[in-house]
Design a protein around this ligand. Structure first.
Ligand code: ADP
Ligand code: MG
Length: 394
């Protein structure tokens, strides 16, 4: 069964070795934060709805040490960064830290500005096994790793994990200019081994949902390797249509809107496209709760069915699928033993997730490799832990 996930410990040792090589010193702080895959509940988070992600064994590791100056020096080894991979700036006056070039540093700068206590100068290395721009949330992994690194460096830990996740989300809003929901940061902070996380994006309550009981099934992530190009404008457009629809109905968010009220919107003359967006969100919330129950009762056929319906609605109502994602989903669904397959993440490229009997995984990979015109890569997704400190010994 193919899975090319680099072990967390190898990423850790890589980061520590790179730190020693670049700075001629041993790191004294080492942390990681995971990427995530969303099982179901897409484009519901900014509508105060439900999402069901799990943390991945793909992680971003930061290794570093205070350097006794006012400055931080950070190196990212990520090969996809084509611009500057080393940055240096003053951290003593955090009000002076502004977003700019290189863009990748903005995710980290935002977290530094939002950190509750002053931070000392430091040297650090960032190494990651989360693919960038593939919908597995390398951005949240970077933010949450940064915040966790600052916690280790200063000894000041967030009392409520929600505050930490919200500070990281704010960093993405204000410094990377991406108006994301809360899902990615929440799961990267609060992920737990063998569990998915049901998040109520209205009251921010979380429920860990056990995922260790279906040992004859696995989640197979397939990366289309067509980067997700949900431009901020396409994302905003959908988000704004949802906000506008709720407003037209006098509701705070689509969480409070029922399918009957879609009819009301129609009578008010709302455009067809808005009705489609709203229908997706209402049904997707219901599917997410139904899938959580189905996992809990062991009804895996139902889980698969709900995942398929989710994809079809994202394709037809929310219009965020792509020819690549549809091709991957169709190739997977052909194989016996596949319960369900859907795009995951915001869409327009990125990854799919397939819930499949372990015995059928090789057949799925074969089916995809035979019919997919691009070059797909595969990961078996084991539900993993959230951000944590790691050993500094090499
Ligand atoms: P996703 O979160 O789905 O991977 P995004 O577009 O939201 O995609 O975030 C990807 C961006 O995050 C990258 O373009 C880069 O700027 C930044 N990033 C993520 N991981 C790293 C890393 N290890 N080093 C430097 N930048 C990173
Ligand atoms: Mg992201």
């Amino acid at each position: 069964m193919a899975s090319n996930i680099k072990k967390v410990d190898n990423v850790r040792v890589d980061a520590l070795n790179t730190f020693a090589k670049e700075f001629g010193d041993e790191a004294t702080c080492c942390v990681c934060a995971p990427g995530r895959v969303n099982l179901i509940g897409e484009h519901t988070d900014y509508n105060e709805g439900f999402v069901l992600p799990m943390a991945l064994p793909l992680v971003t590791v930061i290794a570093g040490k205070p350097n006794g100056t006012n400055k931080c020096v950070i190196i990212s080894t990520n090969e996809s960064i084509t611009t500057v991979s080393k940055i240096e700036f003053d951290v003593s006056n955090r009000e002076s830290i502004k977003p700019g070039e290189p863009k990748w540093a903005n995710y980290m700068k935002g977290c530094m500005v939002n950190f509750p206590v002053p931070i000392p100068g430091f040297n650090a290395v960032v190494v990651s096994s989360v693919p960038m721009g593939s919908g597995l949330s390398s951005s949240a992994a970077l933010e949450v790793a940064t915040y966790t690194f600052l916690e280790a460096l200063t000894g000041t830990e967030a009392k409520d994990p929600r505050d930490k996740a919200l500070a990281c989300q704010k960093a993405e809003h204000d410094f990377a200019n991406v108006p994301c929901g809360i899902m990615d940061q929440f799961i990267s902070v609060m992920g737990k081994e063998d569990h998915a996380l049901l998040i109520d994006c209205r009251d921010l309550s979380v429920t860990h949902v056990p995922m260790d009981q279906f040992h004859d099934h696995v989640f197979l992530i397939t990366n289309s390797n067509s980067p997700h190009k949900l431009s901020t404008s396409a994302y905003r457009e959908r988000r704004d249509a949802c906000f506008e629809a709720a407003q037209k109905l006098g509701k705070k968010s689509l969480r409070d809107v029922t399918l009957d009220e879609v009819e009301t919107l129609k009578q008010q003359g709302a455009p067809q496209i808005m009705l489609k967006r709203v229908t997706h969100v209402i049904n997707e919330n219901a599917r997410t709760l139904a899938a959580t129950s189905a996992f809990q009762s062991g009804d895996y056929t139902k889980v698969g069915q709900l995942m398929n319906e989710s994809h079809d609605s994202l394709r037809d109502n929310y219009n965020v699928s792509s020819p690549e994602l549809d091709a991957l989903v169709n190739a997977a669904r052909k194989v016996q033993g596949v319960r369900g397959s859907r795009l995951t993440g915001a869409g327009f490229g990125g990854c799919t997730i397939t819930f499949v009997l372990k015995t059928a995984v090789d057949e799925v990979i074969k089916s995809i490799n035979e019919s997919y015109s691009g070059k797909a890569s595969f990961y078996i997704a084991t539900p993993s832990g959230g951000a944590r400190k790691l050993d500094c010994k090499r």
